[in-house]
Design a protein around this ligand. Sequence first.
Ligand code: SF4
Length: 357
Amino acid sequence: MQWLDTAPEGARLPVTTPLEEVEAAARDAGVLVLEFDAFRDGRGFSLAAVLRERGYRGRLIAEGRLIPDQARHLRRSGFDGVVLGPGADIEAWRRMDAAFSATYQLAEDDAAPIWRRRTLARETPEAVVKRLNRDTQDGNAEDILCAALDPSLGLRPAILSSFGAEAGVLLSLAARIDPSIPVIFLDTGMHFLQTLAYRKALSERLGLTDVRLVTPDAGERCDLDPDEDLWRADPDACCDLRKVRPLERALAGIDAVITGRKRHQTLDRRDLRPFELFQGRIRVNPLHDWSEEQVEAWFDAEDLPRHPLFDQGYRSIGCWPCTTVVKAGEDGRLGRWSGAAKTECGIHLGRRTMAVG
Ligand code: SF4
């Protein structure tokens, strides 16, 4: 935490500003100053925490009517600095920031709450994955999700969803347990309009309250793909720009990613387990052993809306330049990067998955 005499140059907003406006301002701001006009007003803390949760990595500065007792809470909410008024007792701020060594709740800093420290002291992440695979070996998708979302495990989970042809299964299962679970949608700028409409309709139908649209960095997009045709020349670079890098930013603070991947989809997925470790995070695959027939049966039983392109023969739906229809009876994944050796966009590859469990 920095103790500042004056606020650095940047965007400034009062903490009474609606979240949507703060998010819009933060999108292009390397520095964002939130102005508190009363120390009793908690909105600035909430705004900071939500911005951090949603991937804001610029500097976040608090200024205004604040007191030293709030130092630690400001830091834990995601602020990097506080502007202290004239005559402020900087030692009091430092003292209060360091006053407690233990925490009871997860927040935006890396401090592990007491209950989580107890779990981690007992088990390494590898051991957690092993245990969860063992505990759920006779369970179904709901059991796997419940195990991943068990509060005593202390994970901060998020669902990764393309809102494609089969997305309704995982999302409806999760919504039954916790409709406030974060859902990350990689808004590549290349989606079919039907996918964007389906995202909205399905989210409303399931009551999902935290669907996060994650976009590529505007500067990187200008530099690397000014004509928006990188997908033609180098689809791996395009996926890296529009999916892999934005996802990495969005996953800051998330330590369990829930996916809808299934074994039958690609060769790379044939040994998929319910839980795995991937680049230091737990990946949860509740539908790992589901067949296409089970997916269809679930849509029927739950009376879920289908993606608007499903009836036109699309079975695996991603960005429009890289998605085609498949013939009846053909493997749905053949409709992705058709004619190329590419079968994955990269968000599930990267460094190889550690073989645990
Ligand atoms: S799926 Fe195609 S358009 Fe979408 S990010 Fe990858 S290469 Fe680019």
